[in-house]
Write a protein that binds this ligand. Structure first.
Ligand SMILES: Cc1ncc(C[n+]2csc(CCOP(=O)(O)OP(=O)(O)O)c2C)c(N)n1
Ligand SMILES: [Mg+2]
Length: 375
């Protein structure tokens, strides 16, 4: 925890930080979500996969094979723990660091890789940056990069669900920086007034690109902002997957009882750069990063499982080899797939293409062009 973040957890904070996984490897019964070993192993496998793919996507970007990656190094438990608590029928509204949770909900690895290469099979047809996939089949809305905008989308979906009497909640991810957006205020206020089933998951990772949390807000915590909207605000150890599952489950249960939304502040740390376009060494010291490394969210789950005799080094080796093989295969296929057809840029805007666009489309298809690097 950075000095600023630990200061924020002092006596002036409205609530203690919920944690479950103790240093001795046991779980605090007060908040233990009661997960079976199989459930913990399922989560652990996805945590490891997320970390491993993050490293591989960065390598692909450095090799010039993909244009961009925005990762979740260090924040995996906050992201996957909260997604794990959500039900199949719920909708998740991502920020941009949550690909691991999308895969855990069933986004095919191939679909993710197709998006990273922006090829013809990309669900958004190569029109967005890499890391901007979408997957309706697993209740995953499109990545919404303008900071905070996904907050009001999630509230709108929850409002619709309430009007239609659907048994569905929304979970929306956003960072500490997004709490400075007007969408944060609009979303929390509206959801509070209309008692909507929304879980607002603020990943307090210490930074908004190069802007530290102390330049983001004058309040001691992000959770206490909930008070102004008449809803509960909860602080949780974002590097403790059990604690994150526990508080998210309580938030959904409350939402489904018709009692309204919850703001969760998951305290974690962005261990890497903001994205592959960023160099954090330009604006932060390495001491904080080292301190947080000792609380690695994945290592904590691994040692818990090992202590229970439910996991071994051989299991770990096999898991990592399996992830690697599946990833190599998906990348090979994605890289071989051609880019979307040029004329696809005219699709999806009008139900019936207007005459002037039809003309332009025909001209484009007929016109001369430089040979494609893809052959
Ligand atoms: C409206 C808007 N302003 C600026 C940006 C550029 N930008 C992208 S991410 C980011 C920081 C967001 O920080 P935070 O909300 O803490 O999320 P984190 O990246 O830490 O997960 C900024 C300023 C943007 N995408 N949208
Ligand atoms: Mg942040």
């Amino acid at each position: 925890m950075s000095s600023e973040q630990s200061k924020r957890s002092g006596s002036s904070a409205p609530s203690a930080i919920v944690s479950v996984l103790r240093d001795d490897g046991t779980l605090d019964p007060a908040h233990d979500p009661g997960m079976s070993d199989d459930e913990v192993k399922f989560l652990y496998r996805h945590l490891v996969q997320t970390r491993q793919l993050d490293e591989r996507f960065v390598a692909l970007q450095r090799q010039g094979r993909i244009g961009f990656h925005v990762g979740s190094l260090g924040e995996e438990a906050a992201i996957l723990g909260s997604a794990f608590a959500m039900r199949k029928q719920d909708w998740l509204f991502p920020c941009y660091r949550e690909f691991g949770a999308a895969l855990m909900r069933g986004l095919p690895l191939q679909t993710l890789c197709d998006n990273m290469f922006g090829n013809a099979n990309d669900t958004v047809k190569g029109r967005q940056m890499p890391c901007h996939y979408t997957c309706k089949a697993v209740g995953w809305a499109s990545i919404s990069s303008p900071v905070g905008t996904q907050i009001t989308h999630a509230v709108g979906a929850a409002w619709a669900a309430k009007i239609r009497r659907d048994d569905a909640a929304s979970l929306v991810y956003f960072g500490d920086g997004a709490t400075s957006s007007s969408d944060f205020h609009s979303g929390l206020n509206f959801a509070g007034v209309f008692h909507l089933p929304v879980v607002f998951l603020c990943r307090n990772n210490g930074w908004a690109i190069s802007v530290p949390v102390e330049r983001q807000t004058a309040t001691h915590t992000f959770a206490e902002k909930a008070v102004a909207y008449g809803i509960p605000g909860v602080r949780v150890d974002g590097n403790d997957v059990f604690a994150v599952v526990s508080v998210t489950r309580r938030a959904i249960e409350r939402g489904m009882r018709g009692e309204g939304p919850t703001l969760i502040e998951a305290i974690t740390y962005r261990m890497g750069g903001h994205s592959t376009s960023d160099d954090p060494n330009r604006y932060r010291e390495s001491e904080a990063v080292q301190a947080w490394a000792a609380r690695d969210p994945i290592e904590r789950v691994r040692s818990y499982l090992v202590q229970r005799g439910a996991w071994s080094d051989a299991d770990d080796k096999a898991l990592r080899a399996d992830i690697d093989a599946r990833f190599r295969e998906a990348v090979a296929v994605a890289e071989k797939t051609p880019p979307p057809a040029l004329e696809s840029m005219f699709d999806d805007v009008y139900a019936k293409v207007p005459w002037h666009l039809a003309e332009q489309r025909a001209e484009l298809v007929a016109g001369p062009r430089a040979p494609s690097p893809h052959g």
